[in-house]
Design a binder for this molecule. Sequence first.
Ligand SMILES: [Zn+2]
Length: 259
Amino acid sequence: MKKIILLVTSSLVGVILLFGVLFYGEINLERLNFVHRWIAKSVFDSWHKHLSNIPKADGAIVDYDTLMSQLNFLERNFAERIFAINPRDLGFKGPKYSKEKPEKLIMVESVKVGDRGTGIQYCPEHSYNDYLLMMEKMKKDIGKQLFVDSGYRSPGRQAYLVFYYLTSSSDYSLKENVKWIAMPGFSEHGNPINNAIDFTSENGMNGFSDGQSAKDFEALPEFDWLMKNANQFNFYLSYPKDNPFGVAFEPWHWHWEKK
Ligand SMILES: [Zn+2]
């Protein structure tokens, strides 16, 4: 009997020690270990639960500190370590932006595109006005328009998306993740002035939804039109092919800039 108790106790201590070593050990940027994967999923679930319980319009611009306060000790410790990683160490070469909120945000209602909705989005007023003018011209020229699939994101929203994509990937690679989703403070979607918009076509083609690729968006007449005309409306393609920022080709992602 004593032997069994000793065996159980020592196994338990062993498991706790192993957990501690794996949890507090270095974060593998290419493949999270199984404890880090489990905690990452737990962070995502806590945030997802919080966002499901607040109005959708608030979730789109959720505050970073509010999200952090939803986490237990281990989750918070892990999330903070993830966001303390210098994106340069992950291969990201883009600039850092302000985490300030834009002066005036316009709420854009969710639009049905194909069999999904865009969800409520926000855009700084100046870029939204130019977007509307640009769409007026596009409709006139080719009879099509694009909708805002992703506009302004608060640092909190960006943090949520980092964990969303990380935990839905197969190998939990932070290096792979950053090619698609920037860390809070490093996304053009969080830039209060030169804000980015991800566009979707009227039938839901955005180039990154399930089963779609950048090539699909690139082949749209809407994309061709943007390449020829968007600059006149102060919109610029941020991540062309082989861009110097370490970001994948994103034909749907255009930022506003007054040149
Ligand atoms: Zn984007």
